[in-house]
Ligand binder design. Structure first.
Ligand SMILES: Cc1ncc(C[n+]2csc(CCOP(=O)(O)OP(=O)(O)O)c2C)c(N)n1
Ligand SMILES: [Mg+2]
Length: 348
């Protein structure tokens, strides 16, 4: 398997013009989505938002490597991956406004976004083991961050996958930070990829800011997984913005991170330049892609604004068949609070 980092990136040998344009289109779509979602959050449209800007190449590359029937386990940070897989933007915006996920009838096999760190990893391994039992040949791609690798769930999930030959690609987006915790303080290992060795399968690092390299790597990894060899992919990328809209990164990192240029440089600018240099895209193409993304977003936002308001009681649904007494009490407290406050007047 390749080790695709740094100067070997954006290699012409992986350049299929049609696929390359499709990746560019999805990177523009998702970048506009992220910018718009942040702006909407700022005016109180949703309570909080975790931006992914800087990780578009990583997520679009992985999405384009997946087969239609491959199953995705996303996190709160993987919106670009979901959108590039075919989840409508409106579903994700509605979710962030308190609606159940995936309101539309899209047919992307995707699990709910995991917010509790790493909990999705053993579930994804279980889904892979289930595919083995039922003799289906789809694979699973599970997303998580560098911080998730310090959780027990990460180790349990990878251990089971190794022992039971689960068809799973463990897709770790190493964006250099877990909120305020830098990668060097997260683990003393040389890399995250190297951890796969302990579970008896392959780990690989890829330049996560190169959509072609990520696509190539994840395609190979999914093929191996289907053959019974799970793979851990460490996608080296960078979180350009805040952890979430509730975070202020200036409190813990300066503007000049100690990372190579390819890692911190904007992946969209870098990729656009690469494609323009080779005549794969031009002004007219870029303009059309931007206009289409804008129109798609406008429709998505309007669709969500036309929905009836979310029911606050939904926050207590879907986890337990019968609510525990403590949760019943919390729901009463919330209902009482809402009789005294207008949710639209609350400051987030
Ligand atoms: C089990 C659990 N512990 C703590 C948190 C609080 N928390 C939210 S995001 C986060 C950091 C995750 O970092 P990483 O895995 O690198 O993902 P990133 O946010 O960088 O995409 C933490 C500790 C949580 N959501 N779940
Ligand atoms: Mg991280």
């Amino acid at each position: 398997m390749h080790r695709l980092i740094g100067e070997r990136s954006l290699d012409d040998s992986w350049l299929d013009e049609q696929d390359a344009r499709a990746a560019f289109r999805d990177m523009v779509r998702t970048r506009r989505f992220d910018e718009r979602a942040l702006a909407l959050q700022r005016r109180g449209w949703m309570s909080g938002y975790p931006p992914f800007t800087g990780q578009e190449a990583s997520q679009v590359g992985a999405a384009h490597a997946m087969r239609d029937d491959d199953v995705l386990f996303p996190t709160y940070r993987s919106n670009a991956l979901q959108i590039a897989r075919g989840v409508p933007m409106s579903d994700i915006l509605a979710f962030r406004r308190g609606r159940p996920e995936y309101l539309s009838d899209h047919d992307v096999p995707v699990f709910p976004q995991a917010v509790p760190i790493a909990t999705q990893i053993p579930l994804a391994t279980g889904a892979g083991m289930a595919a083995n039992y039922t003799e289906e040949d789809h694979a699973i791609l599970v997303c998580f961050g560098d911080g998730a690798t310090s959780e027990g769930d990460f180790h349990e999930g990878l251990n089971f996958a190794g022992v039971f030959d689960a068809p799973v690609v463990f897709f770790c987006e190493n964006n250099a930070w877990a909120i305020s915790m830098p990668r060097e303080r997260q683990t003393a290992s040389d890399s995250i990829a190297v951890k796969a060795e302990a579970y008896g399968f392959e780990g690989v690092q890829v330049d996560g800011n190169d959509p072609l390299a990520v696509r190539e790597t994840v395609t190979e990894a999914l093929a191996d997984a289907r053959e019974g060899s799970p793979v851990l992919v460490e996608s080296l990328t960078y979180r350009q913005g805040a952890h979430t809209t509730a975070d202020d990164p200036s409190a813990y990192r300066d503007d000049d991170p100690d990372l190579p240029e390819w890692r911190v440089r904007d992946p969209l600018d870098r990729y656009e330049e690469f494609l323009r240099d080779r005549g794969v895209i031009d002004d007219a193409f870029v303009e059309t892609v931007r206009e289409n993304a804008e129109a798609e977003l406008k429709d998505a936002v309007e669709w969500v604004e036309d929905l009836p308001p979310a029911d606050p009681d939904d926050a207590f649904e879907h986890a337990y068949e019968t609510l525990s007494p403590a949760l019943v009490e919390q729901r009463e407290e919330m209902r009482d609070f809402l009789t005294r406050h207008d949710p639209n007047e609350l400051e987030y």
